[in-house]
Design a protein around this ligand. Structure first.
Ligand code: NDP
Length: 488
């Protein structure tokens, strides 16, 4: 299986390489095969990317927003047209099943391009009445060169979610994918060029954390948007802060799903499974603490177990497969370690927990969907982000208790509530300290709604018009129509 791109980086509208860069092997997580060999960016590559972005951005910012938007919408069309090819590439890069990547990954990037390509023409500053003659207005101006740094779980989606609002607002972007999943951002760069995006506006440079840090610290860079873990977010935010740069942080979580007695059991089970097992549990907003009220607990667990036992694990390229491997050996070790930690802490391994041996995929990084019961709030599996298919089911008796326990975390990315009692649903959502919430569903992230976290889970928002505000700065203009009132 090969997925070798023409070169490692994409700068100024073309593929470039610098073989002095640290070698970087891309591995298909289902088999362990090396599918591409790239190089991390050298200092020279970083400079080339920043220079290309800087040179292209000024003219881009002067274009009519509707014209910039037209190019993004053309790129969205190309993403839709090449959906199956890019989905396959994403499956090879991440190990996520084709069943997911075909509907979720390039499509989500395309939606972002489509949305921001249309929305930007209607996104303006404001007129401010200052009484009598003078008035004010505000301008929404681009920031300049922005850096996007991606995690490995949704590579093309993250590249699309960051580049679309950045470019729509008149910025240039340099995107550094996770070194584990470098391929699909290069494909996005080609598509932007094919859609007519001028060279230099979307550049992809590969590399490890040091390349991300070099980009963030570069004097010509105005902003960084990171999707990653909380520890990385703290490092990147403090680096950006030390240079007084704009920053958006989309970080990890340990989100709660609260299921009340009156919930529809099948829907609650669907939500909990989607919020724990999709993408083999490697989703930042996953609801990994599932609080189930006493009266529905047995029914919920019975259906959850029955339905989890039917999940098809295996070859990600088989359209019937529902769960693929984890991303790499380090993540596999981390998840299996947490399963052991859960057992040793006294939680009951209710389902799964083993590493399945699959014929033809002996080197694959698989792990069974796993359910722990008898979990208490202080256990590490209930407090720390595992980023794998490991669900903790906890029981509760009343609303006040559920809210208090759900909020008892340093994170605040997401939360969900399942109930047929709508006043209660809204009341509970109002009390939960999380940036992104769902009532009677879980993990849907339409581009029209802001997405992001509270507390340690992040700063700023992606998607919606909120993202345009994070890729722009306000200029206030006071306009005098009379004489200057001066004491001198
Ligand atoms: P990491 O935090 O390890 O890495 C994220 C990115 O930052 C990578 O590209 C990484 O490069 C880069 N990086 C690492 N150190 C630095 C540094 N000092 N300066 C600049 N860049 C740096 O996250 P993972 O890739 O392991 O992704 C998993 C995490 O991402 C989970 O915690 C998950 O919750 C979170 N996530 C959050 C989402 C959200 O929207 N809130 C969505 C998806 C994931 P390298 O790959 O070389 O380490």
């Amino acid at each position: 299986m090969r997925a070798q791109p023409k070169a490692s980086h994409y700068i100024n509208g073309r593929f470039v390489d610098d073989e002095q860069g640290q070698p970087l092997e891309v591995i298909y997580p289902a088999t362990g095969e090396v599918i591409a060999r790239l190089h991390a960016a050298t200092g020279n590559i970083v400079e080339l990317a920043v220079e290309a972005a800087r040179a292209a951005q000024e003219q881009w910012a002067r274009m009519r927003p509707a014209e910039r938007g037209r190019i993004l919408r053309r790129a969205a069309e190309l993403l839709y047209r090449h959906n199956d090819e890019i989905a396959r590439l994403e499956t090879l890069d991440t190990g996520k099943p084709l069943q997911e990547t075909t509907v979720a990954d390039p499509a989500s990037a395309a939606e972002a391009l489509e949305f921001f390509g249309g929305a930007v023409a209607g996104y303006h500053g404001e007129y401010v009445d200052l009484g009598g003659g003078p008035f004010g207005y505000t301008r929404r101006e681009p920031l300049g060169v922005c850096v996007g740094i991606g995690a490995w779980n949704y590579p093309i989606q993250i590249a699309g979610w960051k580049s679309a609002p950045a470019l729509a607002m008149g910025n240039a972007m340099i995107f550094k994918p996770s070194e584990v999943t470098p391929l699909s951002a290069l494909r996005l760069a080609e598509i932007y060029t094919e859609a007519g995006l001028p060279a230099g506006l979307f550049n992809v440079v590969q590399g490890f954390g040091d390349v991300g840090a070099a980009l963030v610290a570069h004097p010509a860079v105005a902003k960084v948007s990171l999707t990653g873990s909380v520890p990385t977010g703290k490092k990147v935010l403090s680096l950006a802060g030390s240079h007084m740069k704009h920053a958006t942080m989309e970080l990890g979580g340990k989100s709660p799903i609260i299921i009340f007695d009156d919930a529809d059991v099948e829907n609650a089970v669907s939500g909990a499974m989607l919020g724990n097992f999709y993408s083999t549990g490697q989703v930042c907003s996953n609801g990994t603490r599932v609080f189930v009220q006493d009266g529905i607990y047995e029914r919920f667990l019975k259906r959850l177990t029955a339905r989890t036992s039917k999940i098809v694990i295996g070859d990600p390229l088989d359209p019937d497969t529902q769960m693929g491997p984890l991303i790499n050996k380090a993540q596999h070790d981390k998840v299996t370690d947490y399963i052991e930690i859960g057992k040793s802490e006294g939680a009951k391994l209710h389902y799964g927990g083993a590493v399945p041996q699959l014929q033809g995929f002996e080197n694959g990084l698989f792990v069974e969907p796993t359910i722990f019961t008898a979990v208490t709030d202080d256990m590490r599996i209930a407090r720390e982000e595992i980023f794998g298919p490991v669900m903790s089911v906890l029981s509760f008796s009343d609303e006040v208790e559920a809210i208090e326990r759900a909020n008892n975390t340093e994170f605040g990315l997401a939360a969900g509530v399942f109930t047929r009692d709508l006043p209660r649903a809204h009341r509970v959502i109002g009390e939960l300290q999380a940036g992104t919430c769902w009532i009677n569903t879980y993990n849907l992230t339409p581009v029209e709604l802001p997405f992001g976290g509270a507390r340690q889970s992040g700063i700023g928002r992606e998607n919606s018009l909120a993202a345009l505000s994070h890729y722009s700065q306000l200029k206030s203009v006071y306009v005098e129509t009379g004489d200057v009132d001066s004491p001198y």
